[in-house]
Design a protein around this ligand. Structure first.
Ligand SMILES: *Cc1c(COP(=O)(O)O)cnc(C)c1O
Length: 369
C-alpha cells in the first residue's frame, strides 16, 4: 500500500478484506457454530454500512447491535439478516422492533411478558432471544428470574437464541469462565430448547466447549487481539496515516508542548502531525508509543493536544521528514492494542473513539467489490 500519494490530511483506512478474513478464521475455529457479527457502536467505530455489507456479502446471517436505533439503521441497509438488539426492549416501543424485524435480546421477566403480549396482539410468533446473567452482573435473567417463569412464558414466541456473556474470557485460566459455563448449561436447560450462544471474541479461544450453536465476535473481527498476552491471531484492520505539518529544527534547549513536559536539546528535530485527542488519540498516551515514517520508528514526545501530536524525528535524515511526509500512526506494528497499552486502556476503547475528522477509506474485499 503506497502512502506517499494523495495524503492531504489524516486518513483512516479500514481493510474490509481483513474484516471478512477474520470472520472466516473465527468460523474455522468454531466449526459447528454460526458466526454472528457484533456491529454495535458503528461497527466499533469503523462504519456500520461498509462493515455490515461486506460481512453480509461474505455470508454472515446474524448481526448484533446494542441500541434500537442501531438496529433500525442496519435494517435500512440489509433486508435479510437476523438483527439482535442487545439492550432488549429497554422501555422502547415494541412496535418499532416489529416494524424493522429486530429481535430484542430480553433480559428480564417483565420484558418477556411485554413481548409475549405484543405477539398475542399482532397474532404472530415473534422471534425472541433471551440473555442469561451467569456472573457478569449486567443485563440478563438471574437464576431466580428464570425459576420464576411460568410454564407458558414462551407461548406464542419463537425462541431463536439463549445467550449469556462471559466476564473474564480474555483470561483463559480464570475460574469464573468454568463457573459461568456451568451456570449457562444449567439455566438453559430450564428454558425451551433453542440455539445457544456464550462466546464473544475471546470466548471463541477458550475451546469448543464454549462454542455452542452461535458465537458472536465483535472486537476480533476488527483486529483487536482476543488473546491478550499472546500473539494476535487476527489480521490488522485499521491503518491511520497523517502528513507531517511542520518540522522544527531546535536551535536552543527548550521543551515540547503543553506543560513543557518534554525537554529538547539543541539540534533536535520535532515533527508535528494533525492528530490529537479530539481524534481519539488518547491524551493518556502522552510521550508514549512509536509511529513510523518511511519504515522507521520514531517516538511520540510531549503532551498529546486536542488536534496535534509531536514526534522526535532527530534520528532521521532531514530530507526524509518534511511537511507532507506521511506518518503511519496505526499500523500492523503499532496498532490499536499497542496504543491502548500506552494509554492504559484496551483496544476496544481506542477503536470506538477513533475520530470522525479523519478522511475515511474502506478497502473492499478482493473478489467481492
Ligand atoms: C459487545 C458484546 C459482544 C462482542 O464482544 P467482543 O468482545 O467485542 O467480541 C458480545 N456479546 C455481548 C453481550 C456484548 O455486549
Amino acid at each position: 500500500m503506497s502512502t506517499a500519494e494523495g495524503l492531504e490530511r489524516a486518513r483512516l483506512t479500514v481493510d474490509l478484506g481483513a474484516v471478512v478474513a477474520n470472520w472466516r478464521d473465527l468460523g474455522r475455529l468454531a466449526p459447528g457454530a454460526e458466526v454472528a457479527a457484533v456491529v454495535k457502536a458503528d461497527a466499533y467505530g469503523l462504519g456500520l454500512a461498509p462493515v455490515a455489507r461486506a460481512l453480509a456479502r461474505a455470508g454472515c446471517r446474524s448481526f448484533f447491535v446494542a441500541r434500537l436505533e442501531e438496529g433500525e439503521a442496519l435494517r435500512a441497509l440489509l433486508a435479510e439478516p437476523r438483527i439482535f438488539v442487545l439492550d432488549g426492549l429497554a422501555g422502547r416501543p415494541p412496535a418499532r422492533f416489529l416494524e424493522t424485524r429486530l429481535v430484542p435480546v430480553l433480559g428480564e421477566p417483565a420484558e418477556l411478558a411485554l413481548w409475549r403480549a405484543t405477539a398475542r396482539r399482532v397474532e404472530r410468533r415473534l422471534e425472541t432471544a433471551i440473555l442469561l446473567d451467569t456472573g457478569l452482573t449486567r443485563l440478563g435473567f438471574s437464576a431466580e428470574e428464570v425459576a420464576s417463569l411460568a410454564p407458558d412464558a414462551f407461548d406464542g414466541l419463537a425462541l431463536v437464541l439463549v445467550a449469556s456473556h462471559l466476564a473474564c474470557a480474555d483470561e483463559p485460566d480464570h475460574p469464573l469462565n468454568r463457573r459461568q459455563w456451568e451456570a449457562f448449561v444449567a439455566l438453559r436447560a430450564r428454558l425451551p430448547a433453542a440455539p445457544a450462544g456464550l462466546a464473544a471474541s475471546s470466548g471463541i479461544f477458550l475451546g469448543p466447549d464454549f462454542h455452542f450453536d452461535q458465537v458472536r465476535p465483535g472486537a476480533a473481527l476488527y483486529g483487536v487481539n482476543p488473546t491478550p498476552g499472546r500473539p494476535n491471531p487476527m489480521r490488522p484492520v485499521v491503518r491511520l496515516e497523517a502528513p507531517v505539518l511542520k518540522v522544527h529544527a531546535v536551535r536552543e534547549p527548550g521543551s515540547v508542548g503543553y506543560g513543557a513536559t518534554w525537554p529538547t536539546a539543541a539540534g533536535a528535530r520535532i515533527a508535528v502531525v494533525p492528530v490529537g485527542y479530539a481524534d481519539g488519540w488518547p491524551r493518556a498516551a502522552s510521550s508514549r508509543g512509536r509511529v513510523r515514517i518511511d519504515g522507521c520508528e520514531v517516538p511520540i514526545v510531549g503532551r498529546v493536544s486536542m488536534d496535534l501530536l509531536t514526534l522526535d524525528v532527530s534520528d532521521l535524515p532531514a530530507e526524509r521528514v518534511r511537511p507532507g511526509t506521511p506518518v503511519e500512526l496505526l499500523s500492523a506494528t503499532f496498532g490499536v492494542d499497542e496504543l491502548a497499552r500506552a494509554a492504559s486502556t484496551i483496544g476496544y476503547e481506542i477503536l470506538t473513539r477513533l475520530g470522525r475528522r479523519f478522511e475515511r477509506r474502506w478497502l473492499e474485499p478482493e473478489g467481492l467489490a
